[in-house]
Design a binder for this molecule. Structure first.
Ligand code: NAD
Length: 419
């Protein structure tokens, strides 16, 4: 049996191995192995039944060397300090690989939002915001949505922070509802970035999207929008899943019908019933014979065992950290191409950056301006990573880290270490 999965250890390993492959000394990349600041809070809130509950909350700022810290906030029972450290580190690398002027951070609350009422969720979000207020700000650290957090939650963060400061500061958080300074393209941005990445990959593979099959694990923000956009482009999406399990149709699923079925209340896929559609497990979805597999749920889904068994030709990581380092080695030996998270799912933070720029300039851009700029950034980053992989004969993940670390190390050299 291998060692227990630890996301932060995985992050450190890939930084170290990329540093070695770049032929640089540990002294040059050491600073990126550790978060600059870790903030932990105990959040007491009154539950609807009158009792007090105390939740653990985190905000980890990994690197601010290239700009304000930036990263989402996750509400999930498995949130812990090492997960948040890893997610923060991945954000630093992601912002650097697509070359936007941000550092990396991440936050989270250990909770199960499905068991909280809307009022409890609001009190928890507002109290957490109040407690991390000293370390966030539009020039300092800008949160955004992640697993189980959405535009409404970002709206509460914005309102709480602005109330404390005595003025409206929309740039303190991105992924807000449109009416309070959100960017219409933000909701779909991560999925759109995943699909732009897939199109770039298929171009390299000389394969048409209409002759491509896909399976997608996770049917939340990232997974459902990836599925929808692929479907609209004529890709045959043969399987999708959420926490309740998966749906499979070798002739292709009707994604619009599934989106109508889950509705705004986000019904679980296990309740969907239709002739020709079978129910499969979350492990089955990862091992199907398919052209493109998009893990878009959580980290540690493609482990060594799945890597041995998967029938996917290409894996495009919608989620952060879905593939373990051990699995990566097996996938490489098996000739399965993996487009890493820090490149494939960067669309979200890129459009968050556009939202922040608009907020700061009191401006509003048209949707197609955002989408065209997003495509230009993702295309350029894909190209740079692809060429680096070819030139250095490394995997796309190693190449993406090389591109990101080169930028970070250059910045570090110019800024120097104070004092
Ligand atoms: P979400 O909460 O909207 O959706 C998560 C989905 O995963 C849900 O469908 C849920 O049912 C499913 N899921 C949870 N556990 C699962 C399991 N064990 N097996 C299968 N499915 C499971 O979250 P999201 O925002 O779509 O984020 C998904 C992933 O993408 C995360 O890794 C997140 O960090 C990453 N990501 C999100 C964004 C963003 O803009 N939201 C940006 C970049 C990366």
């Amino acid at each position: 049996m291998g060692e227990t999965y630890n996301a932060y250890k995985e992050f450190k390993k890939i930084v170290q191995s990329s540093g070695e492959k770049m032929g640089i000394s540990e002294d040059e990349y050491k600073v990126f192995l550790y978060p600059e600041r870790e903030f932990m809070v105990s959040i007491p809130i009154k539950m609807d039944n009158g009792k007090t509950e105390v939740f653990k909350g985190y905000r980890v700022q990994h690197s601010g060397i290239r700009g304000p810290y930036k990263g989402g906030i996750r509400f999930h029972p498995d949130v812990d300090i090492d997960e948040v450290r890893a997610l923060a580190g991945w954000m630093t690398m992601k912002c650097a690989v697509v070359d936007i002027p941000y550092g990396g951070a991440k936050g989270g609350i250990q909770c199960d939002p499905a068991k909280l009422s809307k009022q409890e969720l609001e009190r928890l979000t507002r109290k957490y915001t109040m407690m991390i207020e000293p370390i966030i700000g539009e020039d300092i650290d800008i949160p955004a949505p992640d697993v189980n957090t959405n535009a409404q939650i970002m709206g509460w963060i914005y309102d709480t922070y602005s109330t404390i400061k005595g003025k409206s500061i929309p740039g303190v958080v991105t992924g807000k509802p449109l009416v309070i300074g959100g960017c219409a393209s933000r909701v779909a941005a991560t999925g759109r970035g995943v699909v732009i990445t897939i199109e770039n990959l298929l171009k390299e593979m000389k394969k048409d999207i209409t002759e491509t099959t896909a399976a997608i694990q996770g049917f939340g923000n990232v997974g459902s929008i990836t599925a929808q956009l692929l479907y609209e482009k004529g890709c045959k999406v043969i399987a999708v899943s959420d926490v309740s399990g998966g749906l499979y149709n070798p002739d292709g699923l009707d994604i619009r019908e599934l989106l109508d079925y889950i509705g705004p209340e986000r019904k679980l896929l296990s309740g969907f019933d239709k002739e020709g559609v079978s129910h499969i497990s979350n492990e089955d979805i990862l091992t199907l014979n398919v052209d493109v597999l998009v893990p878009a749920a959580l980290e540690n889904q493609i482990n060594a065992d799945i890597a041995e068994k998967t029938g996917a030709k290409y894996i495009v990581e919608g989620a952060n950290g879905p593939t373990t380092n051990e699995a990566d080695k097996i996938l490489k030996e098996r000739g399965i191409i993996v487009v890493p998270d820090i490149l494939a799912n960067a669309g979200g933070v890129v459009v968050s950056y556009f939202e922040w720029v608009q907020n700061r300039e009191c401006d509003r851009w048209e949707d197609d301006v955002c989408n065209n700029k997003l495509k230009a950034i993702v295309d350029a980053a894909f190209n740079e990573v692809w060429l680096t992989a070819e030139e250095k004969d490394v995997t796309l993940r190693e190449a993406a880290y090389m591109v990101a670390m080169k930028r970070l190390i250059e910045t570090q050299k110019i800024r120097g270490l104070f004092p």
